[in-house]
Design a protein around this ligand. Structure first.
Ligand code: SAJ
Length: 421
């Protein structure tokens, strides 16, 4: 049975591009989101997030009538759940546990419109066991239908976990080209999921079970987190030993089997700073290295803030006629990484806010991908203005437009991304 209508629940950084991609292959797509602003924006053929090439795709999909956005789920042949899976708040130092409430409410939303023959795919990054939980939630809401956790291939509704693996900033290309891990709850669930993704995916669709698919996604992001922690640890070691870490890494990477990642102000985003906790919270005694990497990366912003405090002290020592109030600090970059507008779990943002709380002079922030920000204690300015007004520059994100930035007028620079190398 083919898919005439596909519904995507959650029209964020993953759901919207995925919805637009199916629509670009001339399949009718119903996007569902609780955010009325997002729904209205999409229905005007526009986008509410920054992602290269996505605007054109959404514009065409809406104008040609293949994509519409709504706030309440409607019947469809396949439902893809692409909602956030953050972690629950916890005491400092405790291991955070995953918050599956968005997935639960997505299940609650689609349950009334589910029918025999439908396919439900969980795309959200999830702890091991979440797909089985989805099956249980749907079964509880729809006792008239059968589900694969109870009857396997005989189920009337098929369920699979197919984690998204695209890199923000390259989503449109990676959605098509990346391989997909397809973790069906039965052979039939996997088979139908492959059929669905093959509508636009050119990469391989590799079949496994749901638990392995859940763990595969967590493993990919934990692997990256551990590697970035290594780079961040090196940067702190090199600072103590008076060695340029950027030069060191580029030399070490000339070894044919060494590939060290780049240090930075910390690890941000809603994936790499979050997903490893899903492993640590399930298996705390075993996940020692993964846990330590999280602690190293989470402590990097503190280290950067200490560097800023030292820069203020150095500036005041060189300018004895000034007080802290006279010192203007400019933070370059607020997003969690280069060339996107996403501020979620952004170390650059948290460092800038912390500078605001410790410094009583002027604080400027440059974020070329964001036009306005409300209720912040810093002034959002252009790079040009920051360059002219700042006494201290804190370089936090390697946005393209910062490359070649001439900061020669500013004597005190904290360069967390090696932009000036
Ligand atoms: N970072 C460094 N040094 C590096 C690379 C990254 O400090 O050398 C920092 C970035 O500045 C950022 C954070 O790490 O703060 C995460 O950035 P990222 O580019 O590594 O990853 P994300 O979070 O944008 O996307 C990741 C990707 N996962 C992997 O590369 C294994 C992506 O493929 C996933 O789909 C995505 O997580 C997700 O949604 O899970």
């Amino acid at each position: 049975m083919s898919f005439e209508i596909i519904s995507v629940i959650g029209l964020g950084y993953i759901g919207l591009p995925t919805a637009a991609m199916f629509a670009s292959r001339k399949v009718k797509v119903i996007g569902v989101d609780v955010n009325q602003y997002a729904v209205d924006t999409i229905n005007q053929g526009k986008i509410h997030i920054v992602e290269p090439e996505l605007d054109m795709l959404v514009h065409a999909a809406v104008n040609e009538g293949y994509l519409k956005a709504v706030t309440t789920p409607e019947p469809a042949d396949a439902f893809l759940i692409a909602v956030p899976t953050p972690f629950l708040p916890c005491a400092e130092g405790a291991i955070p546990a995953p918050d599956l409430s968005y997935i639960k409410s997505a299940c609650r939303g689609i349950a009334p419109v589910l029918k025999k023959g439908d396919l439900v795919i969980l795309e959200s990054t999830s702890p091991v066991g979440a797909t089985e939980q989805v099956a249980q939630w749907l079964a509880d809401a729809r006792p008239d239908l059968t589900f694969p956790h109870k009857v396997g291939d005989a189920a009337q509704v098929n369920i699979a976990h197919c984690p998204e693996r695209v890199l923000p900033g390259h989503v449109v290309r990676e959605l098509v080209q990346n391989d997909r891990v397809i973790g069906g709850m039965s052979a039939k669930c996997s088979e139908r999921s492959v059929e669905l993704y093959k509508i636009f995916v050119e990469g391989d669709c590799i079949i496994t079970n749901a638990r392995t698919a859940e763990m595969a996604k967590l493993t990919e992001n934990s692997s990256r987190d551990v590697q970035i922690a290594f780079a961040n640890e090196l940067s702190m070691i090199c600072d103590k030993l008076d060695i340029n870490v950027w030069e060191l890494i580029s030399l070490a990477n000339r070894h044919p089997r060494v590939n060290i990642l780049q240090p930075g102000p910390g690890v941000g985003g809603h994936c790499i700073a979050v997903d490893p906790w899903f492993i640590v919270s399930k298996t705390p005694s075993e996940a020692k290295l993964i846990h330590t990497a999280r602690i190293v990366n989470d402590s990097k912003p503190d280290w950067v803030v200490d560097k800023v405090k030292l820069a203020i002290a150095d500036f005041l020592q060189s300018n004895p006629n000034k007080t802290a109030k006279d010192v203007t600090i400019a933070c370059f970059g607020l997003a969690f990484k280069a060339d996107i507008d996403d501020l979620r779990e952004s170390p650059a943002m948290s460092i800038t806010r912390r500078i605001c709380s410790l410094h009583n002079g002027r604080i400027l922030a440059v974020e070329p991908n964001i036009k306005e920000m409300k209720e912040e204690f810093f002034e959002l300015v252009t790079a040009e203005q920051a360059k002219n007004d700042a006494d201290i520059a804190v370089l936090l994100v390697e946005h393209k437009s910062f490359k070649g930035l001439d900061l020669s007028k500013i004597k005190f620079v904290v360069d967390t991304k090696g932009i000036l190398r």
